[in-house]
Design a protein around this ligand. Sequence first.
Ligand SMILES: [Zn+2]
Length: 342
Amino acid sequence: MKSGWQDAAADAMAAHYAKAGIGRDLALRVYTSRLLGQEPRLVLHGGGNTSLKTRLPDLLGEPSDVLCVKGSGWDLAAIEPAGLPAVRLEPLRKLRARSALGDEEMVRVQRANLLDPGAPNPSVETLLHAFLPHRYVDHTHATAVLSIADQADAAERCAELYGGRIGIVPYIMPGFDLAKKAAEIFEAAPEVEGLVLLKHGIFTFADDARQSYERMIEAVTRAEERRARQRNVVFVPRALPPRIARVSEVAPILRGACSEKDAKREGAYLRLVMEFRSGAPVLDYVNGAEVERYANAGVVTPDHTIRTKNYPLIVPPPTRPISRATTPVACRPNACSIRCRA
Ligand SMILES: [Zn+2]
């Protein structure tokens, strides 16, 4: 993966936002956030988050130390300064002294400390950003990193891949406990350039926008190169019936099985539009003898949990002529990857 940083583009963005009174540091935060967001190997739509520690005037014009962190509802690929709401930094850091903090209380404290009360909710990972000392913190759910960090022996694999350059954080649900654990691991080895969060993603950081971003690119590239050196997974194929039904024969049955009654309209159904794909990697995957096992292992990144849902509907190979015996009985609501076009 190559760095997308270009001095001229960075300077142009800084000059553009300077006209609106926005400082260069925040403009560069927007610039590198967009670079991350525009690369699907790093994040999918809405995934990942970034932050900047800076000083901004509050509503009374008093300068305040703040954390500008991605707000909910914003996509990194097209983020604007308004998508990085400013939260007073000191109150966030004081929270670290607590022994426990629920998500609702955490959101209340974060909202209460926004410089602009009308700003969107700061990211659920705000405290992790706040507890780290660096001015710039970048976070993605890079597929290549997670292909290693999702493994059962991920800690050993990541340690071997990154040496001492990246700290390793065990899996904890995003929130207060994860933020505290990540800060502890950083402080035990403050020379690290980032943290891999097992079964979650990767953080990189620096006091310079370009360096923080390029540390991300470098760490992900290292994981991609490792993956390229490994042998490709070969799915052992299953025996297929001699005559497979056409998409036009199967699709209406699947649509019917996956339709749901519309609770708001008497007698109406919510139906899905289907998209059919049959590229070589897709066929290799769906024709595997063990597809039930590996397709139900869960998706690779948190972004895919939103994008495709965690579990697909798996149906037997449809034979021609199509018979009732080969049709699915029911779709698992909210858990099916063919719900891609609601
Ligand atoms: Zn995350």
